[in-house]
Design a protein around this ligand. Structure first.
Ligand code: UDP
Length: 240
């Protein structure tokens, strides 16, 4: 059977909401340092980490443009800028936790951070630096889930760790349906056949085509990243 322990280079996808304060403020230093400690622990355990942060704590382009006053590409540009702010925040927290972290943005803004390019990105990972990938894919109409799968594929990551509110993929929403069951393992095809929303459709299609494993789990508790990667806590692993 498949064990997650063979994974070494991991693309961690956090939603922007993972950075929020308990009172709902968009960014929380304590939450950030907790996540940074968790990621630092994973690097000490020998994992190479690339990180994609969403921007949903600030702006989601689809939602904003639905109100009608702004077009989707402009709202998505604002969304991508939000992911840059989140990335700089987590980069700062990682550096404070003793990790050498580097932000690269898909949207070039050379006075603020490096522009994403594959070869230097691979070089940073090879050196053991944590790579923070900002700006999503750099294109409107995509999400940071797609960016996560895209970068995982091009940076030769062994898996994507998608952090969610719950400890895996369930047959139904566990917060609403008491009979919902969690899957330990799924193939990409099974997830599609059962219509389980692991990621958005574009992101999931790319993961399936790249035969990229996706670990779905919660990083709410301390040390969750390492525990998930070592298979020590519940998750769902989607793999061929
Ligand atoms: N976005 C985009 N292209 C991308 C990635 C993100 O236009 O490749 C924009 C889009 O508006 C999106 C927002 O940035 O809603 C924030 O990203 P996302 O919704 O994926 O954040 P998350 O839900 O993970 O916090």
């Amino acid at each position: 059977g498949l064990t997650v322990t063979k994974f070494r280079r991991i693309l961690v996808k956090l939603s922007g909401e993972a950075l929020m304060a308990p009172d709902g403020y968009w960014l929380d230093p304590q939450t950030l340092s907790g996540l940074a400690e968790d990621l630092a622990e994973a690097t000490r355990a020998g994992f190479e980490i690339a990180l994609v942060i969403g921007g949903g704590n600030i702006i989601r382009g689809a939602r904003m443009s639905a109100a009608g006053w702004i077009d989707r590409p402009t709202a998505d540009s604002m969304g991508m800028l939000g992911t840059v702010m989140n990335s700089l925040a987590i980069e700062t927290a990682l550096n404070a936790a003793g990790v050498d972290a580097r932000t690269m943005s898909a949207v070039s803004m050379p006075t603020i951070c490096e522009t994403y390019a594959r070869q230097p990105a691979l070089h940073h990972l090879d050196k053991g630096q944590v790579l923070v990938l900002a700006g999503g894919t750099g294109n409107p109409f995509f999400t940071t889930d797609t960016a996560a799968v895209l970068r995982a594929a091009e940076l030769r990551c062994d898996a994507v760790l998608k952090a969610t509110q719950v400890d895996g993929v369930y047959s139904a929403d566990p917060k609403q349906d008491p009979n919902a069951v969690r899957f330990d393992r799924l193939t990409h095809d099974e997830a599609i056949a059962k219509d389980l929303k692991v990621m958005d459709t574009a992101a999931f299609a790319l993961a399936r085509e790249s035969r990229l494993p996706i670990i779905v789990g919660s990083v709410h508790a301390p040390s969750s990243v390492t525990a998930l990667l070592l298979g020590k806590v519940h998750s769902t692993v989607v793999a061929p």
